[in-house]
Design a protein around this ligand. Sequence first.
Ligand code: G3P
Ligand code: MG
Length: 233
Amino acid sequence: MLIIAHRGARTLAPENTLAAMQAAINSGAKAIEFDIHSHGDECLVIHDRWLDRTTNGKGLLQAYSLEEIKQLDAGNGESVPTLWQLLTLVNGQCALNIELKCVTHLPPLLKQLDLACNILNFSADQFLISSFNHHLLKQLKTLAPKLKLGALTASRPVDECAFAENLGAWSVNLDIDTVCQELVTDAHQRGLKCYVYTVNQPDDWQWLARMGVDGIFCDIPEAAVASFPQTAV
Ligand code: G3P
Ligand code: MG
């Protein structure tokens, strides 16, 4: 089972910071999930629209200039990274699941992924782009048909994973609270990988592994890797 470090290794360093990404690499996880927002032509690595929970800033991310955001403390003296800073740090050592939060335009993202394959040590199949916003995924499918897409859902749709198959997704990324054997079996019958968030209890890891789930998003990747030794992605 693939262990995906959630927001980096967020129990070892502030979430979605470069320190959390380095801790995730060190944990032995072969994949890292993080969240991005558009900010002008830049992509910033941060979970919330509001700065208050994860930084010493107050108010909306979009109310700050890029220079102001760079000065903020995202915990332990870490700053809010740009996507490019993160790509440079990870440099192909792990696969990346980039979760699109408030992403308003896709070309800057695609340009950076392209550059990461050309001047860094990534290959395109190391990227999985996911979102709860399926309209964004649909646009991505048109702009970059070969990019792997993860269709996120917090619900169990009545037609199971048809929505993800219709998007041409690589995976369905499911909530632990709604996952069940029928949903996992349906995903696999449609040729989709099945990843589940956010799973920090060893009993849940074992339950999901028995169900045939392909991977879990985990805040304590070092412990999960000890239970499920990883091979390269
Ligand atoms: O991508 C899986 C998971 O990260 C989705 O929820 O709120 O942690 O971004 P959230
Ligand atoms: Mg996320």
